[in-house]
Write a protein that binds this ligand. Structure first.
Ligand SMILES: Cc1cc2nc3c(=O)[nH]c(=O)nc-3n(C[C@H](O)[C@H](O)[C@H](O)COP(=O)(O)O)c2cc1C
Length: 282
């Protein structure tokens, strides 16, 4: 890439990040302002059957001391490969995308995370292995019912993509192989028009801010439940779109987070991830 091309891309990125409003935007009218119909609040189920999730969160052993939960929040990349309970998975979905209420008749969902204009423009997909009562494979969260639906089994995914399930998980994370040893990778997609209907030209900047709230809640929930997680920006979006049957235009995957069981015994292996800091005297 030429220096000029790099400079131009950086300039575009800075402009995108810095400006809510640009000169000339004054005449912009959103589809909401034009009184065009609002798109659905959530994606319709993709399969005919779904799986109930338990909500007896009082049975989880949670650290309820908020300051210690926040102080202990960290990224974990070494997982024990023990089984995760369905209740733990349910807790992570609830705390990151759970629907608590509906604003108006069907104007917006009110969730456990904040979101610009309450558009909640994300869908959550998962690659799951070794979670109690679930067959390994790909899943989609149904936030209105707090259920999940299985999209494809591990065997189907392995046949379609011509690689092992773990290699497939690793490929979605651009080769971050450690992510394939967890129990779940959450993948977040953007359903673009859900946000664009209200924010139009400003929707995308807001959505990226919104995505940070989702994974921060995941970090906090994981910290409270002694589960490991790591946000992943380096996502192979095109592969994720294929796996989760997204068209890559109206809906595209753009962010992920790994999750797995952790143990104190792995503290050193965890530190080894950043051993280069010491080695290179950084
Ligand atoms: C938006 C975002 C993207 C990230 N992407 C990756 C990633 O692709 N791979 C990775 O190993 N860590 C990733 N991380 C984790 C950061 O490296 C981590 O938060 C940082 O090193 C600070 O460590 P801590 O979370 O333990 O405080 C990401 C974190 C965020 C918030």
């Amino acid at each position: 890439m030429t220096d000029e091309a790099i400079k131009a891309r950086i300039e575009t990125g800075r402009q995108f990040m810095a400006r809510w409003s640009q000169p000339g935007d004054e005449t912009f009218e959103s589809d909401q302002q034009k009184k065009l119909p609002q798109p659905p609040l959530v994606k319709a189920p993709m399969r005919e059957t779904s799986i109930e999730l338990p909500k007896n969160f009082e049975d989880l052993k949670l650290n309820n001391d908020i300051l210690s939960v926040i102080n202990n929040r960290k990224s974990s990349r070494v997982y024990t490969q023990e089984q995760m309970s369905l209740l733990e998975l349910s807790y992570l979905l609830w705390t990151t995308q759970g629907v608590k209420d509906i604003r108006g008749r069907s104007y917006a969902t009110i969730r456990t995370v904040p979101c610009g204009g309450a558009r909640h423009e994300f869908e959550c997909y998962m690659l799951i292995q070794n979670v109690e009562g679930l067959e390994d494979g790909s899943y989609h969260y149904l936030p209105m019912e707090h259920k999940i639906e299985m999209l494809n089994t591990k065997a189907e995914l392995e046949t379609t993509h011509g690689m092992t399930f773990r290699d497939l998980i690793s490929a979605t994370l651009n080769g971050q192989i450690w992510g394939a040893k967890g129990n779940i990778v959450f993948y977040y997609s953007m359903v673009a028009y859900r946000a664009e209907w209200r924010y139009g030209i400003r929707a995308h900047r807001t959505a990226l801010i919104d995505a940070g709230h989702v994974t921060e809640n995941l970090y906090i929930a994981c910290s409270s439940a002694n589960i490991g997680t790591c946000a992943i920006g380096a996502v192979n979006s095109a592969l994720c779109d294929q796996i989760f049957e997204l068209d890559g235009v109206e809906e595209f995957a753009f962010y992920a987070a790994t999750c797995g069981m952790i143990s104190e015994a792995n503290a050193q292996a965890e530190k080894d991830f950043y051993a280069f800091v010491k080695r290179d005297n950084l």
